[in-house]
Design a protein around this ligand. Sequence first.
Ligand code: AKG
Length: 275
Amino acid sequence: MTYLSSNQLKQYEDEGFVSPINIFSKEKAKEIRNEIELIEKEMPGELDKSGRYNAHLISPLLDEVTHNSKILDAVQSLIGENILVCGTTLFIKNPNEKGFVSYHQDAKYIGLEPHNWVTAWVAITDSNAHNGCMRMWSGSHKDNLKDHEQMFNEGNLLTRGQTVNNVPKEKTTPLVLEAGQMSLHHPKVVHGSDLNKSDDRRIGFVIQSYIGSNVKQVLGKNGVQLARGKDNYNFHETIGRPKSLMDKNDLKIKKRENDNLQEIFYKGSSKKGNY
Ligand SMILES: O=C(O)CCC(=O)C(=O)O
């Protein structure tokens, strides 16, 4: 068991994130990258735009990451022993593309209440200031939810380009990770990321999020998987784990889940973005 240490718990409480945490080897990370790139090659477009969500439903290796016991031990330290997975996102920044993530709070649009949940950002490639790693506004999770401007701006990897203005960027902390490490962040911490200025891809596989079984989806429907413990509340439909890579039926389930997610992400918006 590798629960978070008291120092790590303190970091999460004070800063709204804990990082870095070692999960798997660089070799394993490369294997996972190869599986992602095989899907991209065999099924062009499958992981693009709204297809970037829930790739763990069609990829046995991403499923393995999602249910990794080291990750779950750390998550259990923060949200308790009954843990559900309610979705994943691939945040890929290719070199020479203008991808960035505006500063935002996840809890603003995701519909998961109460905030007994945490997001795990797992580095499939190294992630650093040069290739656009996440940057956290330390301590911002202690404030209420902030106003977000909906920018729908080019290159923004968020659905609506939702942006918290006046973030003191020079004070934000870069979460530098090696492939195989992860960070955990709080639903209300303000965070974003810059352009990838390197000549390789930056790939983050994000479990967004691990929720306690007491958490509801108040904006729509979310299928979940039981990751650990018991689901005492049964607020959500349960979805299965992948049978094999790119299984036909699993592809349909992924599509259905992602259609539901679109309803959640664009609830109340008259405009739709790319994701
Ligand atoms: O991958 C990134 O740069 C941003 C990811 C993010 O905003 C998140 O995981 O909540």
